[in-house]
Design a protein around this ligand. Structure first.
Ligand code: PLP
Length: 449
């Protein structure tokens, strides 16, 4: 059999893919494991819509798990990639575009000209960015231990999978097989939003902790914004012990605002939040506009520990790929104040309507949001950490998800993921979502454990 034909159903395609690809998918959550049913095989996407192999169009609230901030196949981004492709797909040498993108990021991630990114190293995935960050923290400090928070997801490198969110949470795994006990023992996992736990960890291991990694606002156990002032206090504790604070903005960066969650906190959430800065920041998703691009930025002194200047090795055949860089520049240039205002408004409209629909059916829930990222937890007490999130009525989500899907709306196929809107979600797309909500809420109300 050759390529997929127009007549192939999603069922056919899933059956076929499972013969050649583990679980039929190239990333676990795509398998619909926690919601059941057959994953949709997508063949095209434009604006707020995706179309599956059966020719059915859906309003998309996944947005490629974040990158498609402008909407799918945004004409400016597509043109930039086509132009770049015509000049060559990959050179394995430096290009002017990489410097342009690095300057753009440095400039954007700042408030009143002051920001945490003095230098930037480009990689291809968020996993590489955080993996490099922890190696750099260890190389710079000469210490071995790493601290992370339960329910936070930072990609799939060995040190970072302990009690992770996203697919690890969806599959209810404590971590992953294949990680040595020695590696696991070098990662301390603490409850989120618990500064006393952080203080205790430093009291016990002060001379050994190289760095603390934290999602800028947690969004891989559903959305769970940090308690007010948590990030700033965390920075203060970590840095006073000579360790590095690694802020993971892979998901939040350039999505919740032009300067990511850090920028939002610095200018809005904590009024005088400018007093804190992470030492390193990981970016991904939006920075590549849908192409494989991610980056690690931070303080000059720390970043210069990377090869070729310093002793910490990091490299990549496709790092700073010209097509990905072109997509990133086009996306960031187009993501202006009007785009963020629109994302905020659309997110609020959908979140409010979904909450009203669930409320009307008597379904206990809390609306979880961090900027324009949002999700719902099926509980009546606002969760503070991963234990709270896991205690919700997760079984209410699959029927809710499928009712939305039947009505032509794709949600993330796990209750532990954020919903993503794009700037292309117009009135027509939003009303299709709103129209689908009452039946989905009824399905959630009728669910049984
Ligand atoms: N960090 C965070 C906060 C993420 O949400 C993700 C992916 O979802 C990653 C890191 C890993 O990025 P990637 O999937 O590009 O490796």
């Amino acid at each position: 059999m050759s390529g997929a034909t127009a007549a192939a159903t999603n069922d056919d395609l899933f059956r076929r893919s499972k013969k050649s690809i583990p679980g039929g998918v190239n990333s676990p959550v795509r398998a619909y494991g926690s919601v059941g049913g057959t994953p949709r095989f997508l063949v095209s996407a434009t604006g707020p819509y995706v179309t599956d192999a059966e020719g059915r169009e859906y309003v998309d609230l996944v947005a490629s798990w974040g990158p498609a901030i402008l909407g799918h196949a945004h004409p400016g981004t597509v043109r930039a990639v086509q132009d770049a492709a015509a000049r060559g797909l990959s050179f394995g040498a430096s290009t002017p575009g990489e410097t342009e993108l690095a300057e753009l990021v440095r400039h954007r991630v700042s408030v009143d000209g002051d920001g945490p990114v003095e230098k930037l190293r480009m990689v291809s995935t968020g996993t590489e960015a955080t993996m490099t960050a922890i190696r750099l923290a260890r190389g710079y400090t000469g210490r071995d231990l790493l601290v992370k928070f339960a329910g936070h997801y930072h990609g799939h490198s060995d040190s970072l999978l302990a009690e992770a969110g996203s697919g690890v949470a969806t599959l209810a795994l404590p971590g992953s097989a294949g990680i040595t006990a020695e590696t696991a023992a070098q990662t301390l996992v603490l409850p989120y939003n618990d500064l006393d736990a952080v203080r205790r960890a430093f009291d016990e291991h002060s001379e050994r902790i190289a760095g603390v990694i934290v999602e800028a606002a947690a969004a891989n156990m559903g959305v769970l914004a940090p308690a007010r002032g948590f990030n700033r206090a965390l920075a203060q504790i970590v840095q006073s012990h000579g360790a590095l604070l690694i802020l993971d903005e892979v998901l939040t960066g350039f999505r919740v605002g032009p300067a990511g969650w850090w920028g939002l906190e610095a200018s809005q959430v904590v009024p005088d939040g400018r007093g804190w800065k992470p030492d390193l920041v990981a970016f991904g998703k939006v920075i590549g506009g849908g192409m494989p691009l991610a980056a690690l930025g931070g303080r000059r002194e720390v970043m210069d520990f990377l090869a070729p200047l310093g002793p910490v090795y990091q490299a990549g055949t496709l790092s700073g790929n010209p097509l990905a860089v072109a997509a990133g520049i086009a996306t960031l240039r187009a993501a202006d104040a009007a785009v963020y205002a629109r994302l905020d408004e659309t997110a609020a409209t959908i979140a409010t309507a979904a909450s009203a629909a669930l409320g009307a059916e008597g379904v206990a829930h809390t609306v979880q949001h961090a900027g324009n990222l949002f999700s719902f937890a099926f509980t009546d007490t606002a969760p503070q950490n991963y234990d709270d999130v896991r205690a919700q009525d997760t079984w209410r989500y699959p029927p809710f998800f499928h009712a939305m899907l039947d009505a032509g709306v794709t949600l993330p196929p796990s209750v532990f993921e954020a919903w993503f809107v794009t700037a292309a979600h117009d009135e027509r797309a939003v009303s299709r979502v709103l129209d689908a909500l009452p039946a989905a809420a009824r399905a959630a109300a009728g669910a049984t454990p």
